[in-house]
Design a protein around this ligand. Structure first.
Ligand SMILES: O=C(O)[C@H](O)[C@@H](O)[C@H](O)[C@H](O)COP(=O)(O)O
Length: 275
């Protein structure tokens, strides 16, 4: 059976901003607020990061916000960062989401705000794993090390991973999220937190990827997309039709357990059905 829409999760809300900068600034501000609130209620906050232009610009916006407000109250030693997907490339390769996230924000958090290096849970490099399936298995083990006893409830049985308090996602022009691409078998993988992709579309960069599965996405408390640019308008519109085709537009299945918010700029929202 092909992938189906997980209707047990939170219906998406839509927020529209003037441009990409406004999208990323709004998410950055909210991210800091939600992390602070989460740490008031629990020991650790888990955040899943994404790559792509909007995802990395969001991290840069967080860094900019922190530099303007050095008295921000986040206790970074209690925050853990994970990734939704990664390219299986050598360490420090500029195409890796990890490299870009470190440059945009994480290096600053480690150097100036007390984020321990061990709280950064990068996906494996090509030095760590010879192929995507091996990388996926390695990352599943890393997630498992931070799972509560008994795992967390997923749509197809429990998953051994921490509950992500926030999962950031970009959306590709083809409607992909993480490295869950249209028409690929990875969309139908259930009962596990990660999977490998050996054949990402060539126009989207290196083919070998590790990605969280839909089941893993659907355990996140809050799923927030950052979507900017006219090239996303078609994918965004297809995600918001009645009964979207998940195999065609994986982003339609980007949903969290408590909250799903699409943050779009005007260009990306251009073709959304009027509500
Ligand atoms: O590894 C990646 O590239 C991302 O995780 C990917 O899912 C990205 O978020 C989208 O492709 C959107 O990217 P843009 O924001 O650049 O369009």
């Amino acid at each position: 059976m092909g992938p189906t829409l997980n209707t047990a999760t939170a219906e998406p809300q839509i927020e529209i901003f003037d441009d990409r900068e406004a999208v990323t600034q709004a998410i950055a501000k909210k991210l800091l607020t939600v992390i602070t609130e989460t740490l008031d209620e629990q020991d650790l906050a888990h955040v899943s990061l994404t790559g792509g232009g909007a995802g990395i610009a969001t991290l840069k916006a967080v860094a900019d916000t922190l530099s303007e407000d050095s008295a921000n109250g986040v206790e970074w030693s209690r925050v853990h960062f994970w990734w939704g997907d990664e390219r299986l490339l050598p360490r420090d390769e500029t195409d890796r989401n990890e490299t870009q996230a470190r440059q945009a924000l994480l290096d600053t958090l480690v150097g100036e705000h007390g984020l321990p290096e061990e709280n950064i849970h990068a996906m494996p490099t090509s030095e760590d794993a010879a192929h995507p399936a091996a990388g996926a298995e390695m990352y599943a083990q890393e997630l498992e090390a931070y799972a509560p006893e008994g795992g967390i409830e997923g749509p197809n049985g429990s998953l051994n991973m921490p509950e992500m308090d926030i999962m950031l996602l970009g959306v590709g022009p083809d409607g992909h999220i993480n490295s869950l691409f249209p028409g690929k078998e990875s969309l139908s993988v259930t009962g596990q937190s990660t999977t490998g992709e050996s054949d990402a579309p060539p126009q989207l960069g290196p083919p070998m990827r590790v990605t969280l599965t839909f089941d893993a996405v659907h355990t996140a408390k809050r799923v927030w997309t950052a979507v900017a640019g006219q090239d996303k308008a078609d994918a965004a519109a297809k995600a918001f039709v009645d009964s979207p085709d998940i195999s065609e537009v994986p982003a339609a299945n980007a949903r969290g357990t408590h909250q799903t918010v699409w943050h779009l700029d005007r260009a990306a929202a251009e073709q959304l059905p009027q509500t």
